[in-house]
Design a protein around this ligand. Structure first.
Ligand code: GDP
Ligand code: MG
Ligand code: ZN
Length: 335
C-alpha cells in the first residue's frame, strides 16, 4: 500500500510507514507488515521546534523496530503539506495533512453555503501548492444545484467542481476519476458539510471506526483517536480532516495571486505604481474586472497582507526573545 518511491528511500532494518492517525505523541502507522502504534524517537522530538516538522497524517516516515516497538526516526520529505495558522495568536503553522494529490475543498449547498469561506480554503490550498478541486455536497437538498456551481465557477473558472450527494450517489463517478492506486485524496471543509459521510460512501465498505487508537490516558480515561487515513480497495488513500474553525491567511499572499491570476496580470499593466485599484481614474484592473470578483480579491489580499505583517512581527519578537535568552545563558556561563 506504500508506494515503492517511498519504501525505496528507507534502508532495512528500518521500515517505511505512513501515518494514518495521531493523538498528541501517539501515532498509528501502516507499513508493509501491518499496522503499529509508534512514537517519535527522543532525538527527533528534542531537535524539532517547528510543529510543522512533526509527522502528520499522510506523512511517510522511517521507523525503527525494536522487538515490536516502533519508533519514528524521521519524516521522509513531503511532496506537499496542507497546514493552517490558528487565529489564536501563535506564529506557528499547524500541519493538517501531507502528500496529497487532490485536496477537495468541501462545501454543502444548504444555507451554510458560503462563497467567502470557500475562497479562504482555496487561496490557502493554492498557497501551499496543494492541487485542489471543489466537492459540492448535499445537492439532493436543492432543486437547482447549477446556480451553486455557477457561483463557484464565477470565482474559480478552471477548477473542477463536483456536485455530490451521498444520499442518491450523484457525482461519485466523477470523484472516482481522482482515485487510483498510489493516489491520495483529502477532504477539508467546515464541520457538518458531509465529509465523513462522503468518505464512507467512497470506501467500499464503512470502515471509519476500524483501527482507532484506544488508550487509557493519565487519569484512567479512555480516549479514542479516529483513524483519518483510509483506503479504498483500488488503493486510493483517503484523508478525512477534523472540522476547522477560522484560520488565518498569513501564508496566503501567493495563494491569492494564484487564484486571482488574471487580476495579478492586469495589475502589472496599471499605469499607477502602487495602484490600490480603488479610486484611481483609468485603473486597468477596475476597468476590466468584475466588481464582485474585485471585491473578493481586495478583501483577501488585504487580509493576507495584514496577517502576514502581524505574523512577521510576532516571529521577530519570538526571535528576539530567543536571542535574549541565549545571551543571558552565555553571560551566566562566563561568570
Ligand atoms: N441531505 C444530505 N445530508 C447529508 C449528506 N451527506 C451528509 N449529510 C448529513 O450531514 C450531516 C453531517 O455529515 P458529516 O459527514 O458528519 O459531516 P462532516 O462534519 O463534514 O464530516 C449528517 O447528519 C449527515 O447525515 C448528503 O449528501 N445529503
Ligand atoms: Mg467528519
Ligand atoms: Zn489599478
Amino acid at each position: 500500500m506504500i508506494p515503492h518511491a517511498f519504501t525505496a528511500l528507507v534502508v532495512a532494518p528500518k521500515v517505511c510507514g505512513r501515518i494514518v492517525a495521531n493523538d498528541r505523541s501517539l501515532y498509528i502507522v501502516e507499513t508493509e507488515y501491518g499496522e503499529h502504534h509508534a512514537q517519535i524517537v527522543g532525538a527527533f522530538r528534542y531537535q524539532t521546534q517547528d510543529p510543522r516538522d512533526f509527522p502528520v497524517v499522510g506523512d511517510y516516515v522511517s521507523l525503527s523496530n525494536n522487538d515490536g516497538t516502533f519508533m519514528i526516526e524521521s519524516v521522509i520529505p513531503r511532496t506537499n503539506l496542507f497546514a493552517r495558522r490558528a487565529k489564536d495568536g501563535s506564529h506557528f503553522l499547524q500541519p493538517i495533512a501531507a502528500n496529497i494529490d487532490t485536496l477537495f475543498v468541501t462545501v454543502a449547498v444548504n444555507r451554510d453555503f458560503n462563497i467567502r469561506r470557500l475562497e479562504r480554503y482555496v487561496v490557502s490550498a493554492a498557497a501551499f501548492d496543494v492541487p485542489f478541486a471543489i466537492a459540492l455536497t448535499k445537492v439532493d437538498l436543492v432543486e437547482e444545484p447549477d446556480s451553486f456551481i455557477d457561483s463557484i465557477k464565477e470565482f474559480l473558472n478552471d477548477v473542477p467542481v463536483i456536485a455530490l450527494s451521498s444520499l442518491d450517489g450523484r457525482g461519485f463517478n466523477e470523484l472516482l476519476r481522482f482515485c487510483g492506486p498510489e493516489r491520495t485524496i483529502a477532504f477539508v471543509g467546515s464541520s457538518g458539510v458531509g465529509k465523513s459521510t462522503l468518505i464512507n460512501s467512497l470506501l467500499d465498505k464503512p470502515v471509519m471506526e476500524v483501527g482507532d487508537i484506544r488508550e487509557q490516558d493519565g487519569r484512567g480515561r479512555h480516549t479514542t483517536t479516529r483513524r483519518l487515513l483510509l483506503h479504498r480497495l483500488d488503493g486510493t488513500a483517503i484523508i478525512d480532516t477534523p472540522g476547522m474553525r477560522e484560520f488565518s491567511l498569513a501564508e496566503a499572499n501567493e495563494g491569492v495571486s494564484e487564484v486571482f491570476k488574471e487580476i495579478t496580470a492586469i495589475a502589472q499593466e496599471c499605469k499607477y505604481k502602487d495602484c490600490k485599484h480603488d479610486a484611481e481614474p483609468g485603473c486597468a484592473v477596475r476597468d476590466s474586472v468584475d466588481d464582485s470578483r474585485l471585491a473578493s480579491w481586495r478583501k483577501l489580499e488585504r487580509e493576507a497582507a495584514f496577517e502576514a505583517r502581524k505574523t512577521d512581527r510576532r516571529a521577530a519578537v519570538a526571535e528576539k526573545e530567543r536571542w535574549k535568552a541565549i545571551h543571558k545563558a552565555n553571560r551566566r556561563r562566563q561568570h
